[in-house]
Design a protein around this ligand. Structure first.
Ligand code: F6P
Length: 320
């Protein structure tokens, strides 16, 4: 194997740059040429790429986002787009591709693998919804961002006896909301994986208020409801003064945490090593303390990573 390529695709996250640095440098020290594809699969289709040197990835480790840029590419889901992307890779003499991205991006990688080009996927999505890895890249930094925001909100909530509803990202996975609730001591976490009863929550809020607990934080994952609707309903049902914050893309940026930097380094190096060993059609993942390879067929057909039921239970228990 002489030449590999790497791209970042889908929603960006912190730690992508650290991973790109690891891929490029691990590739170069193994004697490979490394091509960086810009703007994800769109760049592959449009032939936007550059040859990477060790200097190309200097001074990016600590930066959020992805210096290669990313995109959500509809064309990749068509047969014509997939063929163009694969033909372009072959035309560039690329013998192995590393895809850093979320579930849709890994599906794209699997499709390219089926066109005969070995692909290794690296799970990257703040949602932590990708199966066969305990953590995806970017999750830890996003959680730190959320915790910082909620800690600040708690100061002002307690000064004004207010209920804050905080909306996190997580289209179909409530990991960020529930993990942040545990880390901040938020009173509730509403997640898509578990039904919730707003009447019960309102009754609890009223009781807590009577006991002197006059402010509260309700975390809601975007897939479980809109912060504005929930706040309106609380106000309407029990008259509490509510405020909302939608954390949105703030969660995805910022300098990566130590955990994400090291995870990115480990994922990147393992992906290069796997290609060199002749693997393809696999995803690297963190399972316990180990980096483990899982077949992309399994990853892309297993649906959303299930939430550990211990997490919502723990969040509730600690509120007693
Ligand atoms: O998949 C990651 C994610 O951050 C989701 O949590 C969120 O719903 C979505 O991306 C937002 O996508 P975009 O950046 O395209 O608006």
């Amino acid at each position: 194997m002489k030449r590999i390529a790497v791209l970042t695709s889908g929603g960006d996250c912190s730690g992508m740059n650290a991973t790109l640095r690891a891929v490029v440098r691990a590739g170069l020290v193994s004697g490979l040429e490394v091509i960086g594809i810009q703007k994800g699969y769109q760049g592959l289709i449009d032939r936007l790429y550059e040859q990477m040197s060790t200097r190309s990835v200097s001074n990016i480790l600590q930066r959020g986002g992805t210096f290669l840029q990313s995109a959500r590419c509809k064309e990749m889901r068509t047969a014509a787009g997939l063929k163009l992307a694969s033909d372009n890779l072959k035309g560039m003499g690329v013998e192995g591709l590393i895809v850093i991205g979320g579930d849709g991006s890994l599906k794209g990688g699997y499709a390219i693998q089926q066109q005969g080009i070995p692909v290794i996927g690296i799970p990257a999505s703040i949602d932590n919804d990708i199966p066969f890895t305990d953590y995806s890249l970017g999750v830890d930094t996003a959680l730190n961002n959320i915790v910082h925001a909620v800690d600040n909100l708690k100061d002002t909530a307690s000064s004004h006896d207010r209920t804050f509803v905080v909306e996190t990202m997580g289209r179909s996975c409530g990991f960020l909301a529930v993990a942040a609730a545990i880390a901040t001591g938020a009173e509730y976490s509403l997640i898509p994986e578990e039904p919730y009863n707003l009447d019960q929550i309102c009754a609890d809020l009223r009781n807590r208020f009577q006991e002197g607990r006059t402010n509260s934080i309700i975390m809601v994952a975007e897939g479980a409801g809109k912060a504005a609707d929930i706040a309106d309903q609380i106000k309407h049902r029990i008259g509490f003064e509510t405020r909302i914050i939608v954390l949105g893309h703030y969660q995805r940026g910022g300098s990566p945490s130590v955990f994400d930097r090291i995870l990115g380094a480990r994922f990147g190096q393992a992906a290069v090593e796997s290609l060199l060993k002749g693997d393809g059609g696999m995803m690297v993942g963190l399972q316990g303390a180990d980096i483990v390879l899982t077949d992309l067929t399994k990853v892309t057909s297993s649906g959303i990573r299930p939430i550990n039921p211990m997490l919502p239970r723990l969040a509730n228990q600690l509120l007693a």
